[in-house]
Design a protein around this ligand. Sequence first.
Ligand SMILES: [Zn+2]
Length: 460
Amino acid sequence: MTTRETYQAVEGMYHNLNTLQSRSGNQLPFTSINYGTCTLPEGRMIIKALLDASIEGNGRLHKTPIFPCGIFQCMKGVNRDPGDPNYDLYKLALESTAKRLYPNYANVDWTGNIGYDRNDPRTYFSTMGCRTANGFDINGFGQLKDGRGNICPVTIILPTIAMEATEKYKNTDYFDARDGIANFMDLLDEKIHQAKDMLLERFEYICSQSPASAKFMYENGTMEGYIPEEGIRSALKHGTIVIGQLGLAECLQILIKTDHTTEEGMKLAKRIEQLFKDRCAEFKQDYKLNFGVYYTPAENLCYTAMTRFKAKYGEIPNVSENDFFTNSMHVPVWKEMSPFDKIDIESQLTGYSSAGCITYVELDSGVKNNIEALETIVNYAMDKDIPYFAINVPNDMCTNCGYTDEINDVCPQCGSDKIQRLRRVTGYLTGDYKTAFNLGKQQETEMRFKHSKMLRGWKE
Ligand SMILES: [Zn+2]
């Protein structure tokens, strides 16, 4: 009876989170749940119910739930290997991912979360579904994740800075890459400092709000640490304020005509990321606020920034031929490589970020029949020290009969052409990407190379 009741409670929660509107009336509340490490019978029962309900789907048509974003916390000795107490739940998680895209995978053993307390799950690496994460709190909470959040972000558009830094070579045959890079690093440093000033101003403005404007958060520990005499700053100072970035790949193309999929490109990429990391560490000490490096989702910015870039600089090969800039430090989506190669490249840069990043790979719908292969890929990412990992699988659903798989034009079961095409656009899923997203993101989604194509012996 308890098992059944738990399942129904979870089912009810899934239903609510996929149908409730937030107060502004236009979006579902964004919700993420990190789970997978509790080995108590009660905890295991809840985790199993979360996964079973995810696999089953919502309602009559068994729709793939868009919220909550499930995040399975992989942890050595707890769920990673056969014989671990929660290994069965890890297997169930993989089955759910193959069918429903969720859960994603958070890496509790990530070296970037060093200093966490093995006996306190509130300090285990966890993340918001999109990718935002809390690093070490300089104001006393250490690696605590609960009751903290990202207070404000600023994103630097790297390709624009690269253009400004190399402007003097425009319309000349002469190009001195070393000189261009030196200019770029100086200019980037200046922009990082400007981003810091913007964040400080915004942080102070947010802190000037009355606690009454979000009373619930402070009374219920959604934001921990609130001391009435000190105002909301007492709680918000534990959150992170972050400097993000967009278009590392295109930036490198402008500077050295290659991106970080080559050794030369990776070398410069690391120099750039090191500057972000060093400056955020300095600001953190100087201002006693949790500055962090953020690999921005940029759902809309990827498109608007490119539109403006094109208006100013026109179409440049390998830089502005598309309608979007590549997400943060990701490998460009069209690059043909195996999932392992993509992980190898991005894992060299994820360690520079303390405030959130995501790595994902694209697999075809055959993954449902390849759970062992999926496990190998997720394990590989965890062992390569990727903090947050996700798998993209096409998820098309016939809205007439509920058939779910990769569907071409019409439903193979009932012939209907009313197909909803669910895709991961950042860390979250979105309803039909054809209507929910701007042209840049639509194009990006269509250009994504399926990394499973490069796997030998993969059954489609
Ligand atoms: Zn159908």
